[in-house]
Ligand binder design. Structure first.
Ligand code: ATP
Ligand code: MG
Length: 630
């Protein structure tokens, strides 16, 4: 047995001893009495009786050893701002923000909604909430009024922290009017709105409700706000899933389990050492931003980079310039961002000294082989795919090179992480699939590990019914992803369970067809969906973006390219997988987090209502598809 296998086995078979050891990676105000209470499945309660605080672990505990080291590095290529906060400065700012929130009447257990661009005050607000025991609910700043209103309604915040505006591609994106409209639409009204005024966009203040953060902060410059000691099982925050497959779900997370899970992952998976710099290119509005921009790196005593801007502005070298400048050792991004970089010359990335970088982690969607190979060649460091969900809070499948060095297998995010008892089940019978290369639903057997969601916010019944009752006869957590495991134990994610299509009795993952199409040298990106067909049950339909739209040519040229692509699929997968049509578009419908909205494309193809589109990025992408089909 390899050392990682032994480590994983122990995490399942000797669970309490394993996690007791991991729990030593964080500070406890009061030790826990019980490691895991699973008396009432599927609700796992971790570290009962223990008391701790996320902000203490992320900030205060580092003051004595590394008070003057970098903690938060803010870089905006939108406003040309750059500011570095040491742990000591971060401690001051978090206390100021905490004092402001307390003065607004926020108490332990109250919700504070954070609707902000990527600016330091957003991190201060999250940490300040953790400090005083308020529950934060960060809503991605790119969302408009409707998406925001439904979250205000669900979270019922006492206070909202926001800003005048964000900026994207050099253009100011006003936040305040969207926030005002969202509050108008919501039946719940916050009593206080704290506004960080960046001076980007004038806005109207509502007297009595809206407050200027700069003025409030001035009143609390010397604030000393101690950490509230929270029960390990107290709620730290809620966050919504991306809404790729339907209405977003409100994920609720605990305090102690989350702290331990992040500290352990920083060590075993990310190999981040105190004093080094971590750069996650995500946004605080997503779970990756919570776990690996704010809490994880800081808990590990690392500096964290918070970057506002595009990966390709002023040019495609900007991220790599930051790696050189701040000696980034661990970087975390998404395949969608790499695909954006891939449209530019790799020379931009290679202009800088990347020798500090140990690995680049990628997550959020399947990492296709060509993309993985391109970035690996461009930057020359290990590329580590990792598969997880908003629900899990940290990786479910990847490799844990802090325990045992393994090579990535491109196309596979890896093997089950410690603490996760991952299984593949037959979708219809619920039978466990133990052989190699069998396809099934990826599930996690309870108890789910520390850091995993506690429940759906305010809705235990939805938690049970949505996640734990989807496989017949078995109470297991379903990821709603479809996968296979090879003979070496590596998993391959084939797509969402509802992305499986059935052509004349043959079950095909849309991902396989997409990979085949995108291996064509002229294709940049493609989405494949199953469309109802009277004869075959379903047929595959492809929507592709070509690398250079200018070369696409006239109808005859398009038809020729379509023919080439079909031939390629025939050769690689067989004629059953051949798409009925390959349509060419200039962009594809995605969520704001960059995930393909296949369900929306499918609905449009079948003439159905595409459902909840509040998290969609650019509506013109779906319109293009409508127009093409009309
Ligand atoms: P919703 O649950 O609301 O439909 P969502 O599933 O897109 O939205 P997230 O929690 O942001 O919301 O995304 C998790 C999903 O992203 C996973 O279930 C999986 O489908 C996909 N995913 C994440 N990382 C990877 C990866 N490394 N490889 C393949 N798929 C991935
Ligand atoms: Mg999901």
């Amino acid at each position: 047995m390899s050392s990682y296998e032994a480590f994983h086995r122990r995490s399942i078979e000797d669970r309490d001893a394993f996690w007791t050891e991991q729990a030593m990676l964080v500070d406890w105000h009061r030790p826990f009495d019980r490691v895991c209470n699973y008396d009432n499945p599927p609700f796992a309660r971790w570290f009962e009786g223990g008391q701790t605080n996320l902000c203490h672990n992320a900030v205060d505990r580092h003051l004595s050893v590394r008070g003057d080291q970098n903690a938060l590095i803010f870089v905006s290529t939108e406003t040309n701002a750059e500011r570095v906060y040491s742990f000591r400065e971060l401690h001051l700012e978090v206390q100021r923000m905490a004092a402001v929130l307390l003065a607004q009447g926020v108490k332990k257990g109250d919700r504070v909604l954070i609707y902000m661009p990527m600016i330091p005050e957003a991190a201060f607000a999250m940490l300040a909430c953790a400090r005083i025991g308020a529950i934060h609910c960060v809503v991605f700043g790119g969302f408009a009024s409707h998406a925001l209103a439904s979250r205000i309604e669900d979270a019922t915040p006492v206070a909202i922290v926001s800003a005048d505006a964000g900026s994207r591609n050099g253009k100011v994106v006003p936040y305040k009017p969207l926030l005002d409209e969202a509050i108008r639409l919501s039946s719940h009204k916050p009593s206080s709105v704290v506004m960080v005024d960046r001076g980007l966009e004038p806005f109207v203040s509502l007297p009595g409700r809206d407050h200027d953060y700069t003025a409030l902060r001035e009143q609390h410059l010397n604030a000393q706000v101690p950490c509230e000691w929270l029960d390990a099982t107290d709620i730290s925050y809620t966050i919504y899933t991306s809404g790729t497959t339907g209405k977003p779900k409100g994920v609720q997370r605990d305090t102690g389990g989350y702290a331990v899970a992040l500290a352990a992952s920083m060590k075993h998976i990310f190999m981040g050492e105190p004093g080094e710099t971590y750069f996650s290119t995500s946004d605080i509005g997503w779970v990756v931003g919570h776990s690996y921009i704010v809490y994880g790196p800081l808990i590990a005593g690392m500096a964290t980079i918070m970057y506002e801007g595009l990966p390709v502005r002023p040019d495609a070298g900007i991220w790599w310039q930051l790696v050189e400048k701040y000696k980034v050792s661990v970087m975390f991004s998404a395949p969608t961002a790499v695909r954006v970089l891939k449209k530019h010359d790799a020379a931009y990335l290679q202009k800088y000294d990347l020798s500090s970088l140990k690995a680049l982690f990628l997550a959020g969607e399947p990492l296709d082989e060509p993309t993985a190979t391109w970035i690996a060649d461009a930057i020359g460091v290990p590329i580590i795919d990792n598969y997880w969900q908003t629900e899990s809070g940290w990786p479910i499948l990847t490799i844990a090179n802090g325990i045992e060095k393994k090579r990535s297998v491109f196309g596979s995010p890896g093997i089950p992480m410690y603490g996760y008892n991952v299984k593949l089940l037959h979708e219809a019978t619920g039978e466990e699939l133990t052989g190699a290369d069998e396809r099934g639903v990826v599930v996690v057997e309870g108890p789910t590990p520390p850091g995993f969601m506690q429940t759906v916010w305010k809705d235990d019944a939805r938690f049970i019914n949505t996640y734990w009752k989807s496989v017949p006869g078995k109470m297991v957590y379903s990821t709603f992803d479809w996968g296979i495991r090879d003979k070496n134990g590596y998993y391959f994610i084939l797509g969402r369970t509802d992305d499986v299509i059935n052509v004349a009795g043959h079950r095909l993952g849309t991902r396989e067809i997409e990979e085949s199409i995108s291996s064509h040298p002229r294709i940049a990106e493609v989405a494949v969906v199953g469309v109802a067909d009277a004869l075959k049950g379903q047929v595959a339909m492809a929507f592709a973006v070509v690398k250079d739209a200018a070369t696409l040519g006239d109808a005859a040229a398009r038809l020729a390219l379509e023919g080439e692509i079909m031939k390629r699929v025939d050769e690689q997968l067989g004629a059953v997988a051949r798409p009925a049509r390959v349509h060419f578009v200039s962009l594809l419908p995605k969520t704001r987090s960059g995930k393909m909205l296949r369900r929306a494309i499918q609905a449009v193809c079948e003439g159905r209502d595409p459902g909840d589109l509040t998290t969609m990025d650019d509506p013109s992408a779906l319109q293009q598809i409508r127009d093409l089909l009309a």
